[in-house]
Design a protein around this ligand. Sequence first.
Ligand code: 5AD
Ligand code: FES
Length: 348
Amino acid sequence: MTDRIALIDKLNEQKTLSHEEWVSLFEGFTDSDRAYAAAIAKELREKKFGNKIFIRGIVEFSNYCKNDCFYCGICRSNKNAERYRLTEDDILECCAEGYDSGFRTFVLQSGEDPAYPPQRMAELVREIKLRYPDCAVTLSIGELERAEYQLLRDAGADRYLLRHETAVRAHYEKLHPSFMSFEHRMGCLRTLKELGFQTGTGMMIGSPFQTAHELAEDMIFLKEFQPHMVGTGPFLPHRDTIFRDQPKGSYELTLFVLALVRIMLPNVLLPATTALGTINPRGREQGVLHGANVIMPNLSPTSVRKKYQLYDNKICTEDSSEQCKGCIAARMKSVGCEVEVSRGDYSE
Ligand code: 5AD
Ligand code: FES
């Protein structure tokens, strides 16, 4: 037995590893290490969720952003990005279409758009919850202050996604401009949890300057934070960002990390992300085989999909929400799984 196989067993038994152990797991891992972790992760997923994969309909309602993350295609200094903003009516129409296709979670995602301040978002959330009381609303609209998160929670928002991006401050500072703060972001995550949101966080795999050291810290942070959801996909360069020439993240490492997250946090909601489906045509299916149990097809109108490009060559930009739904169902079936149409809340 190799040292890494022993470490995967140890993680499965103790649900925690030291920094040094994480580093040695990530450095020089092989396909057979990954297959070993995948088998355990898949079994844990099946024990908790059977063969059911939750779907969430995502509405990317605005690509305006006041932030300037170096990796992101909709950062404010990208003058080539064609900006768009859906109205409340547009968004409600996406929800209506999604509801009819069986979605019971709506994820509203945007850049940090000052034209959609928390008060306006709260009204929208109220309206969605009024129309669809049996649905969960997830927000992914970035960093806010406690009182603003409170407002959204009071309006009925159930969940919030805010990736920490990296658990190492020095690394965070290499990925973001100096006006963005690591402390503030981490503070937001703690606040979200305190306010009772089902909270999702996560990191890109292979973001520029990331090494096994950073990934080890990410895993330790995830263990300590105990998120309800973990979103993680490969870094993919965008042609209009300063990271345009940086190499993309590793597909195999992304799958390995997914499996290790499932082993460490057996009950977590773990999406097979769009970035994973972009880096490899069978990425999302492989994600599920490595322990992922959530897929988030796009509900945005086809007319704007191409404009929400965080990275190059994003998939599904030509397909209608009905097409994506059918496509996902077939893909899941091909790996022995079934799409589950229920809210899919976190449970211990
Ligand atoms: N490649 C992969 N993922 C990206 N994200 C942003 N830009 C990229 C990129 N170039 C991820 C970030 C963000 C989430 C919405 O998308 O982790 O939190
Ligand atoms: Fe969108 Fe396959 S999920 S086309």
